[in-house]
Design a protein around this ligand. Sequence first.
Ligand code: FAD
Ligand code: FES
Length: 263
Amino acid sequence: MTKMQEYGHIVFNKQIAEGIYWMSVNAPDIAAAANPGQFVHMCVHGKPSVQFLRMPFCIYDASADMNAVDICYQVVGEGTEQLSKLVPGEFVDIIGPIGNGWNPPENTQHALLVCGGVGAPALNLLGRALAIGGAKVDAVMGAQTASKLACQEHIECSVAKSGGTVHITTDDGSAGVHGFVTQVSDELIASGAYDYVAVCGPLPMERNVVKAAFEHDVFCEVSMEKLMACGVGACLGCTVETKAGRKRCCVDGPVFDAAEVIW
Ligand SMILES: Cc1cc2nc3c(=O)[nH]c(=O)nc-3n(C[C@H](O)[C@H](O)[C@H](O)COP(=O)(O)OP(=O)(O)OC[C@H]3O[C@@H](n4cnc5c(N)ncnc54)[C@H](O)[C@@H]3O)c2cc1C
Ligand code: FES
């Protein structure tokens, strides 16, 4: 897949939850080529001294009709802080689409999306594609607290179209079920209803979801997050240990068959 570089102007950049922003960038070529689960590598155009490395973000939304690539990001350091201050009309330098995305079995009947925190953006386009393909889609979305729940409306939209259900969890009980995502996802997976599980979130959460999927013999894919530098497979800084040896998260992932990863 060819990667493209665009200098896209910001269409909007708005806060949607505590410390979490939704940004839409005009990048027609990347938008037209994007597949669910791929990511973009981004920096603020013209400010390399402030931010040395590009930042990887999952493609939250994109389509040939939109001409725009959307990301949903949490402010955690200098680069994301800088992004959060950009206003419509300003530019970002964006390379993408990068990596291998989700690859659900063709005949998926009933899928479960398990999203932890800002793992949710990685699953939005997958949910939509599965629903369009005729699968029933359920989702479990977890956050530390209600004010940090993000991307709910987008995911709910695909899930509702498919006739499925969104389950919410918060660590502090301020919304939905009081507890971790896995409290709900473990039970759902154990019900035997699913033939596909996709997960994106913090590593311990991913590990537990994958364990439940293995125990109940459900095909499971995982989007992995590794520190990235080059984003083009050259620096080997983002390796993931797999049964077939070391793989680069940026170009061989970020989505992996969970059964291939050494947990
Ligand atoms: C494939 C992939 C998809 C991602 N998708 C999202 C997303 O949709 N939403 C979201 O909020 N976050 C996402 N992240 C994490 C996001 O890239 C980091 O939070 C961001 O790079 C932090 O940049 P910073 O300058 O604010 O923080 P700092 O900690 O100051 O980071 C400095 C530099 O280190 C690198 N870096 C830091 N943290 C990470 C990280 N976790 N992963 C990779 N590189 C990092 C970046 O190159 C960054 O420029 C994703 C990470 C990966 C690997
Ligand atoms: S970030 Fe350089 S090889 Fe993946």
